[in-house]
Design a protein around this ligand. Structure first.
Ligand code: HEC
Length: 148
């Protein structure tokens, strides 16, 4: 490679802002108000899902919902408590609610955590189109299933 070209490539690499690793969006389909198949066939981890539900900069589910996470203060009361939600809803129904509650209730204030990027445009380039990754969604679903 000519030296000038190599220099340009090097400069671009150095000057490029650190991009958040963005996975490509995995399309999903809802049937009977449920998404039966795990996103990308991924297997969720309930312990990781609990941490995501509690974290203020990830799922932040506790800003609206009460959850059995006693070490975190200030659970929200804007939404129904999620105690026992794994007994009320199937894994597929839970998945759709985490992925995009607006399919269930277009008026809801709950954000779509894995909404179709064609529907939900997030203007700031720093943020991925989806709030959670497919793996994080599956982790949260695995956690919700344990809430019996
Ligand atoms: C901004 C507030 C808000 C946040 C944040 C939020 N939700 Fe919700 N969620 C709601 C509301 C309100 C409802 C009630 C149904 C509706 O509005 O459609 C709901 C409904 C649900 C339901 C269905 C409950 C049922 O009994 O039918 C589940 C499951 C759920 N949320 C899980 C979560 C999880 C998991 C997170 C975090 C990843 C989360 N929510 C974050 C507001 C929120």
């Amino acid at each position: 490679m000519p030296r000038a070209a190599a220099l340009i490539v090097l400069c671009c690499l150095v000057a490029a802002p650190p991009l958040r690793a963005q996975e490509s969006y995995l399309a999903w389909q809802a049937d009977n108000l449920a998404i039966e198949a795990p996103l990308g066939g991924l297997r969720g981890d309930a312990a990781r899902g609990r941490a995501i539900a509690a974290s203020r900069d990830k799922g932040n589910c506790i800003s609206c919902h009460m959850l059995p996470i006693p070490e975190e203060p200030m659970h929200g009361t804007l939404a129904p408590p999620l105690f026992g939600v794994g007994a009320r809803l199937s894994a597929g129904e839970l998945r759709l609610r985490v992925v995009d509650e607006k399919v269930v209730n277009p008026e809801t204030i709950m954000p779509a955590f894995y909404g179709d990027p064609a529907r939900y445009y997030r203007p700031h380039p720093e943020f991925a189109a989806t709030i959670l990754t497919a793996q994080e969604v599956e982790d949260v679903v695995a956690y919700l299933v344990t809430l019996q």
